[in-house]
Write a protein that binds this ligand. Structure first.
Ligand SMILES: [Fe+2]
Ligand SMILES: [Fe+2]
Length: 290
């Protein structure tokens, strides 16, 4: 082969490489575009399929509509422990007009940006959901309990005489904190590891391992009963504090305590919602199918 042929071959090689590179980029671009397009299309599809009816349960609506939990929270509708109630019953209980609530839910849905990046916990692997609950909500509870306990000690010492309700709130919070500590211990050491092992077995195409507690429904039922107990404590504290509105003679710590308790309540609602309305029903269904 002469030097001229070598030159031609090298030039052809360069051209070929360029072509392959551009083809690769094209393939990548097409895959990325497709992913983006399908991601962008999903919320639209969901919006189209979504029917907000009075007979749907508030738990279902909180799962299906990303903005529903915030609206329920604002209106005082219990969507976590009371998630099995129909929207109609929940509205009657909260003395709200069903049409107004449906309108608010529809407005929040249509105001939501089409491609909000969010993790869909109704389809994500169970071990990802349990890890998310522990990292986000269990960690938050442990940190906030310490901070709120310190604030309660301070506020009871400074205002307990004029505001005897704050000592009752302290007692209710202490009960709630110790119940939650035991509850999260059980989830982290018994139930969640079992749910993770169920997911691992399903991923390997194997049947779910037999649990020592008979069926997953047993610990799930127990956890849901404990959630009800926590929900009651939250309601009690909300009542005692008149909806967490600090009194006019309260100091900055008083205001900070009530703000903290309000946020604690909101986080616990979201936490229980993820378990009661998504994680547990999915685990029961997975056990049934495998
Ligand atoms: Fe939990
Ligand atoms: Fe829980």
């Amino acid at each position: 082969m002469g030097p001229r042929s070598v030159e031609i071959l090298a030039a052809e090689n360069r051209e070929l490489r360029k072509l392959l590179t551009s083809l690769g980029a094209l393939v990548e671009l097409t895959a990325a575009d497709a992913a983006q397009l399908s991601h962008a299309a999903r919320p639209q599809e969901r919006k189209k399929q979504m029917a907000i009816t009075a007979s749907k349960t508030v738990g279902e609506l909180a799962v299906e509509l990303p903005g529903a939990a915030r609206i329920f929270e604002k209106l005082g509708i219990d969507y976590c422990c009371g998630g099995a109630k129909s929207l109609q019953d929940a509205c009657t209980e909260a003395r709200l007009t069903i049409d107004d609530v449906i309108r608010s839910l529809e407005q929040s849905e249509s105001a939501r940006p089409a491609a909000t990046p969010e993790c869909d916990w109704t389809t994500a692997p169970l071990n990802q959901l349990t890890a998310h609950i522990v990292a986000k909500h269990h960690t938050y509870v442990r940190q906030e309990v310490l901070r709120i306990q310190a604030l309660l000690t301070k506020v009871v010492a400074a205002h307990g005489q004029n505001h005897p309700e704050v000592a009752k709130i302290q007692q209710a919070f202490e009960d709630l904190a110790s119940e939650l500590a035991a509850h999260m211990f059980k989830e982290e050491n018994v139930l969640f590891p079992y749910l993770d092992s169920m997911q691992a077995a399903v991923d390997r195409g194997q049947p779910v391992p037999p649990p020592f507690f008979g069926t997953v429904r047993n610990p799930v039922q127990m956890m849901m009963m404990e959630h009800d107990g926590a929900g009651e404590k939250l309601k009690q504290m909300r009542q005692l504090s008149s909806g967490y509105s600090a009194p006019a003679d309260g100091c900055a710590s008083y205001a900070s305590l009530y703000r903290g308790l309000g946020e604690f309540e909101q986080d616990l609602h979201q936490h229980i919602h993820l378990e009661n309305n998504i994680l547990f029903p999915r685990a029961v269904e997975m056990e049934k199918r495998n």
